[in-house]
Design a protein around this ligand. Sequence first.
Ligand code: BLA
Length: 487
Amino acid sequence: MDRSFLAACEREPLQFSGAILAHGTLLVIAPDGRVSHVAANVAEWLDTPAEALLGLPAPENLAAALLMLSPKAGSRLALEAALHAPLGLLDLVASRNGHGAVAVELTRHHPDAQPSYPAPLPETPRDEAELAASRSELVRLIAEMTGFRRVMYYQFREEGDGEVIAEARLDEIYGSYLGLRFPASDIPQIARALYLKNPWHLIPDAASKPVPVLGREAAQPDLACSDLRSVSAVHRIYLTNMGVRASLSFPLIVGGTLTALIACHHDAPRQPSLAALELAHQLVRGHAIAVSAYQLRRRMQWLDGLGRHLDAARCLLQRHGDMLSAWPELGAWLLREFQADGVTLCLGESHSSAGKPFEAGALTALDGWFRERQGEFVWASDNLSQQVPDYPLSEIAGALAVRVKYGRTGDLRVYFCRLEHIHEVAWGGNPDKPVEHHDGALGIAPRRSFEKWVEKRLGYSRPWDKEARLLGFKLRELLGEIDPGRD
Ligand code: BLA
């Protein structure tokens, strides 16, 4: 993969594109109430030429609507059928950006809009099966509501890649993306950040020509909160390569973090009504609340169980009085709690293991390296050969390392290990070959094929999850309690 291309994608100032999508028009009202920018197509929509708007106070009918918008940055107002214009009734969406300016977007009102009754809040799932069922139900409902032919639940993984874990599609759509993984670089961080500010992102026609935004000054307006913001050319090529003409996506935000996207594809231009978009957005939010409640409940149950398990280990340590005599019993406990294949305890230059021991060279490389990383108390890797310099060929592919001050001699290091777990990952196209096509303007473009491409993953262990890391910190506390050097 071409790194400079990926870095360029990260730097593309998406919100300052200086253009909008063609299915609406845009006016930007500066904090002083005057129009600072308009889209070049404004005359077709409002029957007033751009020159008659720029620099003047906002037209009265818009100014009245804007009185309802909160002065807070990021606030948003959506009004259906807010304006009578030569083109017919228009919907209005206004959003206030970080500098106090307001982007007013006007799009055609669709009279066939669905009634916007509030979506009922779903119940908190009780287990993983119910959670999976609620995901399937969500994508099914959104497909029904928006008419998009394929709707996917695209879950982000910890390392930034994503996987389609639920999908609703019309039968005639060729192929399924269910179970396929896509690399993190398909959605740059800069695009992910915009999802935190917007309830959805609609591209009704990826083939339409963007419309420039005109201003009295050279500076482009900040369109971070505007759904009409034009789309990066790289992404338009990506969609075309996927056979997608219209795209609609909703962010799933849990605990302030973008955890998944509901990604909708259609093979022809498609523009759902504002009412349908609002309703679908409410459904996604309701689902996010249910996911958040589910995760919180699981975390509480886990912490509760953990407290009891730690008490058992504390008793064991107190009974033995010191680490080394407790080790045979403690080792077995640690293997179970950390779901590890082996655990090795190092103090000074001596060490003892329970379960699978490291080969001598592997332990020397890992311990030598971890000891150098002062300040790092809990560290985990599922791919040691890539992260630890001079790590030799070994059956052990992953480790979780814990360091704690012990006695006057130095640190106690505990290394949990996991064996190599050879497994297959099904990707949506070969992720290492995204650059297959040369385009006149762009030079390079995303991969063309999204056919299932299976990678056999060698050198990885089962990953260490957040709970394992948290358990690592709890273990530090516990070992700290019996530190013989403690005052
Ligand atoms: C944006 N790429 C996106 C978005 C998605 C994807 C969902 C946000 C779309 C939106 O804002 O509407 C990717 N879409 C997917 C994936 C699936 C899907 C993975 O349906 C799986 C089912 N794209 C590349 C590469 C680059 C790139 C290699 O493949 C650059 C290095 C760039 N993607 C890119 C850019 C955007 C994007 C720049 C932002 C587009 C914009 O909002 O202007």
